[in-house]
Design a protein. Structure first.
Lengths: 149, 149
DNA sequence: ATCTTTGCAAACGGTTTGCATACAG
DNA sequence: CTGTATGCAAACCGTTTGCAAAGAT
């Protein structure tokens, strides 16, 4: 847990290394995102943080997330929903999304990581990452109702 | 090419089977999307079609795409860009996206299609599709400039 | 004749931006 | 002190929606 520690000291250092000033808002936004397991939207983060930082504004959450994305500390997930979702850049992992409730679960797929990409992809340019997105309907939604997808 | 023929007759039948009225606009929007190889945005489709259908409105393009997505004839791609991109539902394939120019290339990966998903995913619920997205910078962008990503 | 689809224009909603103040370095 | 970050409010822009006219069945 050390390399991704959410201690104030560690976060402070991480920001400094990126040449970013260390502000209370940034620390808390990043920390909240690290601890969240649900790929929150900017607004969800905002609501969760308002209790702790009553003067926080939604724009700051957006601006901070954009800044952290630019510096590679946060990943903006591609999603079909209208709102963007965010994730701290941690260990390589993939996503499975429920079409009904939009919940995103992480999973690991070591077998895929070993599978070589097709040649046409290798020659396409510089590759930065392979991401798998599985779509479906989660067990909870399947149990909860009987509506068609 | 027969099953995905872009002939008027075939498209007409496809719409009828979905209980959709067959309009000039729908035929042309769907046909344009089928022939496009670049996963166009609604606005790109609109601009390409305006020559042929001068009275076409952008709203109709949006509405038609939404309708076709609902009926499973079109897929809305998840993308980090602000504008949505669309694709006709054809053979299973994956996407590679250039972070710089946002161009999306299709590729096939038979090896992956044979690789079993991890057990935790199988037990998650009902799975509808596995989609791989590779990120990187395409050769053209790499050649064209030397800016950092 | 009936009911869906279209075009227009206006609304919507998530995100971004300009500006003055607050604050980190 | 200097310059970046924040909060506020307003703008932005892709997308959606209400309505009357046009068109498909």
């Amino acid at each position: 847990m050390t390399p991704l520690s959410n201690s104030i000291d560690h976060l402070t250092q991480t920001f400094r290394e990126s040449g970013l000033r260390v502000t209370h808002q940034r620390l808390e936004i990043y920390r909240e995102l690290m601890e969240a397991r649900d790929h929150p939207t900017a607004e969800q983060l905002y609501r969760r943080l308002r209790g702790r930082i009553p003067t926080l504004s939604l724009d700051t959450v957006y601006r901070t997330l954009t800044t952290l994305v630019t510096h590679g500390m946060v990943k903006r997930l591609e999603t079909v929903e209208s709102q963007a979702r965010f994730d701290t850049t941690r260990q390589r992992h993939h996503h499975i999304i429920c079409k009904r409730c939009n919940e995103i679960m992480d999973f690991h797929w070591p077998l895929l990581d070993e599978t070589p990409l097709p040649g046409e992809v290798d020659s396409w340019g510089r590759l930065d990452g392979v991401n798998v997105v599985v779509y479906g309907v989660c067990a909870r939604c399947l149990a909860g109702d009987a509506q068609p997808t």
